[in-house]
Design a protein around this ligand. Sequence first.
Ligand code: DAH
Length: 341
Amino acid sequence: MTDLTQLQQQAETELAASQDDAALEAWRIKYISRKGLIPAAVKQIGALPPEERAAYGQAVNRLKQGVQAAFEVRQQAVKEASLQAELTAEGIDVTLPGRRPQLGRLHPISRTLRQIYDIFGSMGFQIYTARDVETDETNFQLLNFPKGHPAREMQDTFHTTVPDVLLRTHTSPGQIHAMRDYHPEPIRVILPGKCYRYEQVTARSEMMFYQVEGLAVGHSITFADLKGTLHAFANQLFGEGRQLRFRCSHFPFTEPSAEVDIDCILCGGKGCRVCKYSGWLEILGCGMVHPTVLRNGGYDPDIYSGYAFGMGPERISMLLHGIDDIRYFYANDARFLPQFA
Ligand code: DAH
């Protein structure tokens, strides 16, 4: 006759020592499967004298149930322990900070444009957006560059398959559109936008670049207004105390015309590599709107006068940030662009 107490102790001890699924399965087969020791003990009831059967039956049933319950508890514990071991082995470190998504930011030229808008906006200029695709007439003829005019050679042009339709080479044709729109009201606008030239790309010139044109038309506007406006602009953008130098120049659509330099923001005018030891940096072209251009825009030059200017934001951004190659702006190099937060 099986000693039930001993069987129970032995089953419990071995169960407690079973650390994994394989050991548990071996234990299950040994003790509680159909051919296991416990069903065998149950079967022994039949071999007992009738008066002992009831007590033995109760004891063996209690043993069977107790051991079955202990097996289930142990099974659960082994499962949890193995899950825990797996997690530790895979080394998931929940304290590691998450990866920040990359945030986009403004392109350096957009930033420079916004600085320019802010300054002229504070002086009462509106932003006038003109088209990128122009005609030979608006890009050149109405601005006093007749066909064959040598000044056209400075602006090698992307033509389209449609005769006389081209990509604007400068923002100046916007002057014609603005004048025709505003006439006969006075005008104070800046005209920002992209321009296109069919040119060799170098450190100093791109095929596509921005310009910001300025135009003021009204009564009694003089060169002094132009000088005062540009002086205020340069002082706000490049810092107080900037000096401006107006050099005689020529543009077909202005008369007189000038190019404007500021004293070098790097060496303060002493002369350095950036200003090519001249002490001056060119920042824009300007002049009084040519009478023919005023007339082409619908304004009588005997009654109205105006000034215009045009600048390149890439060049201005290069000066402000010490960038020495214009090609960086549109090469989409993720090492360059994020430097301008
Ligand atoms: N359109 C000229 C260019 O692209 C720049 C310019 C010069 C614009 C003088 C002006 C100006 O309005 O007055 O070279």
